[in-house]
Design a protein around this ligand. Structure first.
Ligand code: INI
Length: 158
């Protein structure tokens, strides 16, 4: 067997940006708390976590790109919440958030994890924002640390 690359979930020395939405703030604040708490507990300095507030999930990819293009961040956590019942254009908003974040990450080469909830009901959102289904903001933060460190492991072998 050849090389096996893995990313540790360690954030010492990393500078991280979070882009979060004002839309569904009640939910997204909890995702942001979950993400910042997970980052801190895995070694990221409080002063090394910046937060940018986007209006809604639709604007998240654009704001993430602005942050990525500064070159200041090792990675970005994208947080938001799109609720199907709340919008007739759910599919457009949720679809743009997901594909836009993926395209931004690929185009800029900056890892961006996706912690935007796409749910049918407010109850499903609450479940994923720190209650019975965990906190998807914290999960996205840890996925980001893992991806950043996986990239480093691959690069170190070059
Ligand atoms: N934005 C969200 O982040 N979540 C939603 O549930 C939502 N709904 O229901 O419409 C939403 N809409 C706003 C959208 O993201 C843009 O901000 C708006 O269309 C202006 O471009």
């Amino acid at each position: 067997m050849g090389q096996k690359y893995e990313g540790v979930m360690s954030g010492g020395g990393l500078k991280i940006a979070i882009v979060a939405t004002r839309w569904n703030e009640f939910i997204v604040e909890r995702l942001t708390d979950g993400a910042t708490d997970a980052l801190r507990r895995h070694g990221v300095n409080d002063s090394a976590i910046d937060i940018a507030m986007a209006p809604g999930a639709y604007e998240v990819p654009f704001v993430a790109r602005k942050l990525a293009e500064t070159g200041r961040y090792h990675g970005i956590v994208a947080l938001g919440c799109v609720i199907r019942g709340a919008t007739p254009h759910f599919d457009y908003v949720a679809g743009e958030a997901a594909s836009g974040v993926a395209a931004t990450s690929r185009d800029t080469g900056v890892p961006i994890s996706f912690g935007v909830l796409t749910v049918d009901t407010i109850e499903q959102a609450i479940e994923r924002a720190g209650t019975k289904a965990g906190n998807k903001g914290a999960e996205a933060a840890l996925a980001l640390l893992e991806t950043i460190n996986l990239c480093r492991a691959i690069e170190e072998n070059e």
